[in-house]
Design a protein around this ligand. Structure first.
Ligand SMILES: Nc1ncnc2c1ncn2[C@@H]1O[C@H](COP(=O)(O)OP(=O)(O)OP(=O)(O)O)[C@@H](O)[C@H]1O
Length: 308
């Protein structure tokens, strides 16, 4: 039996008449990196707040690290780390003072605290910056400090809410290396993201829309079972063709990528290339190729973003 760091069943969160989360079921295996993907406002942050015990669900059961939430939230707090979207450390304190402050909140004794600060500075490449005020750091450095702070007390489970929204691709890549190091050390990580390349790095994924999980599984499984074929078309007048394509019921989405149009056709259509050429005879002369689905294809297929 797989041990789960998080199990949630039938979780609902209402704000007045509005359901921000509507019947969420979630199983996150221990020691994995699990991604939450979804458009703005789909309920990712609300879900994280419930899983961390900061917000009580209106309905449903949540168990995190074997504890019933929100009942045992107080005990859970010592075992989890939470990095929010905004840098929530103190701009006027130096890097090491910020870490010291967090350590004191967790009631760490002076000697282990000093040793842990040194260790964290080293792990997150901040040793040279230890006397630097946090307010003067770059986006990438702040994010590393945020992760160092969130893991000061060596949590078993780490929640990261869009941790890389303010950093460049190189720093994002480095950040993910650090997440895999943490994961190797046994930490379970739940991360929300808008970036498909980040989602693809996760062991498991849930794609949310309007408070509902539309699809979940490993990135590979999601890509292999999404129920569409992906055809790339190279021809003239792509803009006009796109409009005509998305008017067809069998076409879930058509998106331009440079000189190509990426068309998602329901897999109920047995021969999608022949079918497209039958719909638009001018495509007999065009280049059409069936390609491997990407996670972005999965995303547009299950969130309906493709028709917008
Ligand atoms: N305290 C609240 N009171 C009322 N509505 C709320 C509250 N918190 C969140 N919502 C609403 O619930 C929905 C989900 O919000 P949430 O912040 O969970 O989305 P999200 O997926 O994290 O979005 P983003 O990617 O923009 O952070 C939104 O429509 C939001 O306006």
């Amino acid at each position: 039996m797989t041990e789960h760091a998080i199990s949630a069943h039938g979780v609902v969160k209402r704000f007045g008449d509005f359901k921000a989360v509507d019947g969420l079921n979630l199983e996150v295996p221990k020691g994995s990196i699990y991604g939450f993907l979804g458009p703005n406002g789909c309920g990712k942050s609300t879900t994280i707040r419930m899983l961390t015990g900061l917000l009580s669900p209106s309905e449903g059961q949540i168990e995190v690290l074997g504890m019933a939430i929100p009942k045992e939230s107080e005990a859970l707090r010592l075992k989890i780390g939470y990095m929010t979207q905004k840098f929530s450390l103190y701009d006027d304190l130096t890097v090491e003072e910020n870490l010291e402050f967090i350590g004191l909140i967790y009631a760490m004794e002076p000697k282990p605290l000093t040793a842990r600060i040194d260790e964290q500075l080293e792990t997150f490449g901040l040793t040279r910056l230890r006397k630097q005020r946090a307010g003067g750091m770059s986006g990438g450095q702040k994010q590393r400090l945020g992760l160092a702070a969130a893991t000061m007390h060596s949590p078993d489970l780490l929640f990261l809410d869009e941790p890389t929204s303010a950093v460049d691709p190189e720093n994002r890549r480095e950040f993910w290396e650090q997440l895999f190091d943490l994961c190797d050390g046994g930490t379970t990580i739940l991360v929300t993201t808008h970036y498909m390349d980040e989602a693809e790095r996760c062991h498991g994924l849930a794609i949310m829309e309007s408070g509902v999980v539309r699809a979940s599984g490993s990135p590979e499984t999601l890509m292999n079972t999404m129920g569409v074929n992906v055809i790339e078309v190279q021809t003239d007048n792509l803009r006009q063709l796109k409009e005509q394509l998305i008017a067809l019921d069998e076409v879930r989405s058509a998106a331009q990528l440079g000189v190509r149009l990426r068309v998602l056709v329901d897999d109920g259509v047995a021969e999608p290339i022949t079918w497209l050429q039958q719909q638009f005879p001018s495509l007999q002369l065009a280049t059409l190729e069936k390609v491997r689905p990407s996670l972005e294809d999965v995303f547009v297929t299950c969130t309906g973003e493709g028709r917008q």
